[in-house]
Each structure stands twice: as structure tokens, then as C-alpha cells.
Design a binder for this molecule. Structure first.
Ligand code: ZN
Length: 186
């Protein structure tokens, strides 16, 4: 019988369980933009971007996409993810999680340096995450961000994505579209 990395035969059930887990753990968190959207909107956007851009979406990647910020932003441990959703999901989340003990500038530089080493699944998540974040900065600017800070964010995201070895073409095209739209408007 075919199974996914969590050892079950019900990938849709696993993906929904991950969505619910993420919604629960991020329930008190809002996006940084002026309209302060619920954080789960970002997670669903990232998972949906991946699902739309891949012909046969991998449930492991979709689960990791839904959970990609729970370690960094919601205090969940990698061990808890492994226990609930399997080692494959946990290690993919680890790949896209910054080490928060490091200063912010170092973390940002590490993302650039790690980009060429990301697995295929982690590249999908990182790319969709950056698309969602750039859309956020462009259409719903984070409170307190001035123009230079927004521009710096776009240029940094571009450096991260440029380092990827095999970015998904559909997502890359969307990233480029958002990036150039910003360049035109800025
Ligand atoms: Zn994110």
C-alpha cells in the first residue's frame, strides 16, 4: 500500500491536520501589514501557491509549507513536528527555519548562503514564502516600514531566490512578476 512520509495512507487528512495545527499555534499572531491579517492567511497562501504550481502536489511539501513558520514564530519544536507529522516534514521545516539566536543581519545573510543547498521541497516553500512576503510588502506595507526598508527587503529576497539551483518555473515567474511590478512602482 502506498504511504506518505507520515506513514499513513490519508494524505488529505494529514494536510488538513497540519493546517489546523498551524492555525491553532499561530492563533494570536497577525501579519505585519497595516490590515493585520490573521497569520494563517500567509501559511495558506504559501501552501496554495505550491499546490497551484506543481502538477501533482506532494503532501509532505504542503504540510511543511503550512508549518514553515511554527518553529521560528510559534515556539513549536522540531521534535513535536516530527512526532505529529513525521521526520520528512520536520526536516523540511528545519531547512527553512532561521536560527533566532543569531542577529537578524546574520540570519538574512545565511538565507542567501543556504539557498543553493535547499532540497527541492524547501526551495518550493522558500520561493512561495518570498512571493507571499513581497506581495505583503507591496500591497499591505508593514507598519513602520519606509521606502528604503521595503526596497532593501525586495533586493534581499531577490538575492536569496537567485541562489536557488532549481527553482520551480511557475513560482519563479510569479516572483519575477511581483519583483518587477515593485521596481516599476517604486
Ligand atoms: Zn513565512
Amino acid at each position: 500500500m502506498e504511504t506518505n512520509g507520515t506513514g499513513t495512507t490519508a494524505p488529505l487528512r494529514d494536510v488538513l491536520a497540519a493546517a489546523r495545527f498551524a492555525a491553532e499555534r499561530h492563533k494570536n499572531q497577525r501579519r505585519k501589514g497595516e490590515s493585520a491579517e490573521p497569520y494563517v492567511n500567509h501559511l495558506l497562501e504559501v501552501a496554495d501557491l505550491i499546490s497551484q504550481a506543481t502538477p501533482d502536489p506532494d503532501p509532505i511539501v504542503l504540510m511543511a509549507a503550512l508549518l514553515h513558520d511554527v518553529v521560528e514564530d510559534a515556539g513549536v519544536t522540531s521534535a513535536e513536528i516530527a512526532e505529529q507529522f513525521g521526520d520528512a516534514v520536520a526536516s523540511m521545516v528545519d531547512e527553512v527555519t532561521d536560527d533566532k539566536s543569531l542577529p537578524k543581519a546574520v540570519r538574512k545573510q545565511k538565507q542567501v548562503e543556504h539557498a543553493p543547498h535547499l532540497s527541492a521541497g524547501a526551495q518550493l516553500i522558500k520561493l512561495a514564502d518570498k512571493i507571499s512576503n513581497l506581495r505583503g510588502v507591496m500591497h499591505n506595507r508593514p507598519v513602520g516600514w519606509d521606502e528604503p526598508r521595503c526596497r532593501e527587503y525586495f533586493e534581499w529576497a531577490k538575492r536569496v531566490i537567485s541562489g536557488m539551483r532549481a527553482p520551480n518555473p511557475t513560482l519563479l515567474a510569479e516572483f519575477e512578476a511581483v519583483y518587477s511590478q515593485y521596481r516599476r512602482e517604486a
